[in-house]
Unconditional design. Structure first.
Length: 493
C-alpha cells in the first residue's frame, strides 16, 4: 500500500525520522499477531471448505493490511539475516527505517531486484550450495505473501510431511518412522530418497499453475535473476534457496506424493483407503523437506515405487539423486536427519548417526585446539556449552546415552591436550587440579568460577511425544499450545 493511500495522517511526512520511530515503537505487537492469525485462520477454513474465491479475497485482504505488513517487516528485521544486505546494500536497522518500510511496502508496480548469489559449504562434503540473498524490501514482500500462502499449504499439505512446517520438527519425523518400523510385522525394505537440487530445478510453469497466489508477484519472485561477480544471470527454473517463501514453494511442489502412494497401494476398487491393502504392501511415506523415505515389503516393490516417484517428480522439473537414493534393508540400517535407524534381532534402535557424532567432535576439536589456544577457560566453556546444548537437545529423545558418554570422554581428552599446551612444564596432576574441580558432591568438573562444562553423562533421555498428524496449527490452536507447553515441561525436567 502506498503511503498516500494509508491511514497515516498526511501531515506526517516519511522523512520525519522522529515521528516514524515513535510510530514503530508504539505498535502493539500482540494485537498485530492476533489480527494476522485471525485472517490466516479464516484462509485455512475457506481452504477446507474448498471456496477458492473466498481464499483469494482473504489473501488479498491479508497482504494489503497494515498489521500483516508490520508483522512481515518485524520478522525480516529480527531474524538471523537482519544484518545481511542484498544487491542494494541496504539494511533496516533503525526504528524509522522499519516504519518507513511498513508504509511503503506495496504490490503496486512492484519489481523484484536481482538476488545476491553466494556459495556456502555443504555439511561433510567438499561441495558448495548456491544461496540467493534478496534485498530487505524483497524479503519483506516474500514474507508478507508467505503469511497468506502458509494457511493454504498447511491445509492441503501431506500429513506425513514435517519440514518447514509450523508446529512440526525433525523429531516428529523420527517418531513417525519409529511407529512405522518398530513392530515385528513392520516393512523391512526402505527407499531412501533425495531430490537433486530441489530448490534450483522446480518448474516455473508448474508453480504458476498450481500455487494459489498472485501470479504477477510470484513471477517477480521467481524470475528476478541473480548477480554473481558483477554479472547478471537469469533464473529460468527453481526458487531461490534463501528466499522467505521458497520453502513453501518446495513443500507445495512435493505435496501430493502421499496421495500418489495411497491411490496406488492403499485404495480398494471403490476408491476407499483400507488397512487391508496398506498392511499387504506396507508402503508408508515420511518426508522432511526434499528428503524422504518410503517403506516396502519387498525389494522389487521398492524399485517399483522408485520409478513411480521419478515420474511424479519429472512433471515438476525434478529428478532423484542417483548417488543418494538407495534401497536398504532395515537390518543393515539407514541414516535419516542425523539418526541411524536399524533393527537388532528384530528390535528397532534409533541412535545418533556416525556422521553427526564426527561433525560435533570436529567442531569441538577446532574450538579447543585451534581457536581456543589463547582464550580464557570461561570463554572456552561458554562456547563449548552452546554447541553441546544444541546437539544434545536434538538427540536426547533417542537411544543416545552411550553416545553421550563417548562424546564426553572425547571432550575430556581434547581438554587435556588444551591444558597441556598451556602448561607444558607442569605435571598432569597439577593441570587437573587447576582446571577440574569438585562442586556439590560432583567431581571432575571442568569449571572456572560460575562457568561449568556440561557433563553429557548426566543428560537424561526424554522421549518425544508423537504428533497427531491430522491437526492443523491454524484450526487447532489449542492443541498446539498445549503441546508446546508439554514440550517445554519435558525440556525443563
Amino acid at each position: 500500500m502506498n503511503f498516500r493511500h494509508s491511514t497515516t495522517d498526511k501531515t506526517e511526512k516519511l522523512d520525519n525520522a522522529q515521528i516514524l520511530a515513535f510510530q514503530w515503537e508504539t505498535i502493539n505487537w500482540v494485537q498485530v499477531e492476533e489480527n494476522v492469525n485471525r485472517l490466516q485462520s479464516r484462509i485455512a477454513k475457506a481452504t477446507v471448505q474448498g471456496n477458492k474465491n473466498r481464499v483469494k479475497r482473504l489473501q488479498y485482504l491479508l497482504t494489503h493490511s497494515f498489521y500483516a505488513r508490520a508483522y512481515a517487516v518485524k520478522k525480516v528485521t529480527s531474524n538471523k539475516g537482519k544484518n545481511t544486505s542484498g544487491v542494494d546494500k541496504k539494511l533496516w536497522s533503525t526504528p524509522a527505517s522499519k516504519m518507513k518500510a511498513v508504509l511503503t511496502l506495496t504490490d503496486k508496480k512492484y519489481k523484484a531486484k536481482p538476488l545476491r548469489r553466494v556459495y556456502i559449504e555443504k555439511k561433510n562434503r567438499g561441495k558448495k550450495r548456491p544461496l540467493g540473498i534478496p534485498t530487505m524490501y524483497d524479503r519483506a514482500m516474500q514474507t508478507l505473501y508467505a503469511l497468506a500462502l502458509e494457511p493454504v499449504a498447511e491445509t492441503t499439505g501431506d500429513s506425513v510431511s514435517f519440514g518447514f512446517r509450523r508446529g512440526r520438527s525433525a523429531k516428529d519425523a523420527c517418531e513417525q518412522i519409529f511407529c512405522v518400523l518398530a513392530r515385528k510385522c513392520s516393512p523391512t525394505w526402505i527407499l531412501e530418497g533425495d531430490i537433486k537440487g530441489c530448490f534450483d530445478n522446480i518448474n516455473h510453469d508448474w508453480l504458476k499453475q498450481n500455487i494459489p497466489m498472485d501470479k504477477r508477484i510470484m513471477t517477480q519472485f521467481l524470475e528476478s535473476g541473480f548477480i554473481y561477480e558483477g554479472e547478471l544471470f537469469p533464473t529460468n527454473s527453481g526458487s531461490p534457496q534463501g528466499g522467505a517463501i521458497s520453502s513453501l514453494y518446495a513443500n507445495m511442489t512435493l505435496d501430493g506424493l502421499e496421495k500418489l502412494i495411497q491411490d496406488k497401494y492403499h485404495r480398494n476398487s471403490k476408491g476407499k483407503i483400507e488397512n487391508h491393502y496398506r498392511a499387504k504392501t506396507k508402503v508408508n511415506l515420511v518426508r522432511y523437506a526434499d528428503d524422504f523415505i518410503i517403506t516396502a515389503n519387498t525389494k522389487e516393490l521398492a524399485e517399483e515405487i522408485k520409478e513411480l516417484v521419478s515420474r511424479f517428480l519429472t512433471i515438476r522439473g525434478l529428478t532423484l539423486s542417483e548417488e543418494k537414493t538407495k534401497i536398504t534393508h532395515i537390518d543393515d540400517g539407514f541414516d535419516f536427519l542425523g539418526w541411524t535407524f536399524r533393527k537388532f534381532k528384530g528390535k528397532l534402535i534409533v541412535k545418533p548417526s556416525k556422521d553427526s557424532i564426527k561433525t560435533l567432535i570436529r567442531k569441538c576439536s577446532t574450538i579447543i585446539l585451534k581457536e581456543g589456544k589463547a582464550i580464557s577457560q570461561s570463554n572456552l566453556i561458554r562456547r563449548l556449552n552452546q554447541m553441546i546444548r544444541g546437539w544434545t537437545n536434538y538427540h536426547k529423545h533417542v537411544v543416545a546415552s552411550q553416545t553421550f558418554s563417548y562424546v564426553n570422554n572425547t571432550l575430556y581428552l581434547l581438554l587435556q591436550k588444551w591444558a597441556k599446551h598451556r602448561h607444558r612444564n607442569k605435571s598432569s596432576w597439577w593441570r587437573l587440579n587447576k582446571y577440574w574441580h569438585e562442586k556439590d558432591g560432583k567431581r571432575w568438573l571442568f569449571m572456572s568460577g560460575e562457568h561449568i562444562l556440561i557433563n553429557l553423562r548426566r543428560i537424561n533421555i526424554v522421549r518425544h511425544p508423537k504428533l497427531q498428524l491430522s491437526r492443523n496449527p491454524f484450526l487447532d490452536k489449542e492443541y498446539f499450545v498445549k503441546r508446546r507447553l508439554k514440550l517445554r515441561e519435558l525440556f525443563a525436567a
